[in-house]
Design a protein around this ligand. Structure first.
Ligand code: XMP
Length: 517
């Protein structure tokens, strides 16, 4: 579909930052499309780009079989910006020389701007400023017709531009898209707005409008299914789809018996108020029976995943003829699922229904695939979802089962639920909930000695975990105020039967993970 917005095409050479480029362009209110670097000339042209960005990538332009692109588009005289690998590729194809740098350069460097006229418009006086480098190759000889426009101590050609010829070509050796590059967003904005002249018409509202339109055309009159977890991602994806196709969408919420206190009731109310056609399935007995006396974290995950698919399958059969499945997959999930870390530590909510699409021959609708979590929250607001849904902390598919260390029993689940509810209620009451990315209690599989009244006790330990993070891939423990922690610990020990000790987790990720199992 050709967009009604002025569009920047980003060609992806495999950098983990490619979607960040798209995100920065969105922040300038300009529409962008990410295409694989192998996209054909026709595909690129079909998007009627106002400019093109060549992303970075892990390959070396000096190696055989390096990824290439449809260079013929250059005949159209569009502005082109090459970033890192993209810059080197451009330099080499225009007659420059690229070689292995004597010293590979990773991390911060100070950039000195030499030409503040267009790409660095408004930035000459601010230089030197920090930029983020990540490269092993560098340009040894500039292509004819180019001049350097910025340098660092290690890279004499940290940025370049063409000075003659029809095209306006630019190259950056560093990554303007990452937060560590101080004026990176400004550099990209200069490119898309001033050099390409793209009009700033993109907003979350326009994204919503376009996505709804796309879902309608994709689905036609078919039936669509959505597994709601109550988390922000699946709820926003469902709300968008619901707005697009109304009653053709059936949502299923499966109560696995290891949800938080009052959560099922609250979600029931929320889904009703959104007017979703939602089936609430109580499968708690079945899940708890299947968990039995399992203690191994990975086994717990697998058991819950299997039970989930079984319960979901049953619902799908009841409805019949379902063709599509809506998933709230986000961009970091896409990146994680192709990472080399292995599924157990990288698993995300959408993986909990991972087996379903192939098995049920369902086609996927993933309207949030390009977005980051904070963008999804903005979208949720745009859709009119209430704050407590939009700002809800992430919650893992296997629920409290992976926060009850050891055997999961209804009694242990209740104990954890009570302690967790005290912690979360207090975070909300003290205005700390939205300052943390995720917070929860865990029940440890040990008992310790205490004294209550004049009695010796031998009871359970609750661990409190609160982290700050951007995307859950890395995280730091949240330095919650000491009086707050003291108050929460006091309440838990006094109010939750069976608990006589509370500890606070001060580990970051890595080397720990956010969850304890
Ligand atoms: P970790 O513990 O790996 O968690 O640092 C990172 C984020 O992912 C969530 N998480 C899961 N989500 N199914 C999910 O849906 C899972 O099996 C799972 N394991 C971890 C975790 O809560 C955190 O937000």
């Amino acid at each position: 579909m050709v967009s009604c917005h002025d569009t920047i095409v980003v060609l992806d050479f495999g950098s983990q930052y490619t979607q960040l480029i798209a995100r920065r362009i969105r922040e300038s209110h300009v529409h962008s499309v990410v295409l694989p670097s192998s996209a054909s000339l026709e595909t690129i042209q079909a998007n009627r780009p106002k400019g093109i960005i060549l992303s970075g990538g892990p390959a070396s332009v000096t190696s055989v079989g390096r990824p290439e692109w449809s260079k013929a588009i250059m005949k159209e005289g569009l502005p082109i910006l090459g970033i890192c690998y993209g810059m080197q590729l451009m330099a080499q194809s225009m007659g420059g020389r690229v070689g292995r740098a004597k010293r590979r350069e990773f991390g911060r460097a100070e950039l000195l701007v030499q030409d503040g006229s267009d790409l660095f418009r408004g930035l000459a006086r601010k230089s030197p400023f920090s930029v983020w480098m990540s490269h092993g190759d560098r340009i040894e000889k500039m292509p004819p017709g180019f001049k350097p426009i910025a340098r660092t101590s290690n890279s004499p050609i940290a940025a370049m531009k063409s000075v003659n010829g029809r095209n306006r070509l630019y190259g950056l050796q560093f990554h303007p898209e990452v937060a560590h590059t101080t004026y990176g967003a400004r550099i990209l904005k200069n490119f898309v707005r001033h050099i390409c002249g793209a009009r700033p018409t993109w907003t979350m509202g326009s994204f919503l409008h376009d996505s709804i339109d796309r879902i309608r055309r994709q689905v036609g009159g078919e039936k669509v299914f959505c597994a709601l977890s109550g988390g922000v991602d699946s709820t926003v994806a469902a709300a968008m789809t619901h707005r697009a196709i109304g009653k053709q969408l059936t949502c299923v919420f499966i109560d696995n018996g290891v949800m938080r206190k009052h959560e099922v009731k609250q979600l029931k109310q929320a889904f009703r108020s959104f007017h979703f056609n939602c089936r609430m399935v109580d499968a708690s007995g079945q899940f708890l029976r299947a968990l039995g006396r399992t203690t191994d974290p990975e086994k717990k995950r697998r058991i819950i995943g299997r039970q989930f698919i079984r319960a979901f399958d049953r619902e799908a059969l009841k409805i019949g003829n379902v063709r599509y499945l809506v998933q709230g997959t986000l961009y970091p999930d896409v990146i994680e699922s192709v990472s080399h870390k292995g599924p157990s530590v990288t698993i995300k909510s959408h993986h909990n229904v991972g087996g379903l699409p192939a098995r049920m021959k369902l086609r996927l609708i993933e309207p949030l695939r390009e977005l980051f979590k904070d963008e999804v929250r903005v979208l949720g607001k745009e859709l009119g979802l209430p704050d407590d849904v939009v700002h809800r902390h992430p919650f893992p598919g296997p629920g409290l089962a992976i926060r009850i260390l050891g055997v999961v029993t209804p009694a242990r689940a209740d104990m954890l639920r009570e302690a967790d509810a005290v912690f979360i209620d207090e975070l909300k009451a003290q205005g700390l909930y939205r300052k943390t990315w995720q917070a929860f209690a865990v029940l440890l599989p040990v008992r310790t000695v205490g004294v209550m009244g004049d009695q010796r006790t031998y009871e359970h330990v609750i661990g409190l975990r609160a982290v700050t993070s951007v995307d859950g891939m890395t995280a730091d423990w949240a330095p919650l105020p000491q009086p707050f922690l003291a108050h929460v610990a006091n309440r838990i020990i006094n109010e939750v039967q069976g608990v006589n000790r509370v500890v606070y987790d001060i580990s970051s990720k890595p080397p720990s993970t956010i969850e304890w199992e």
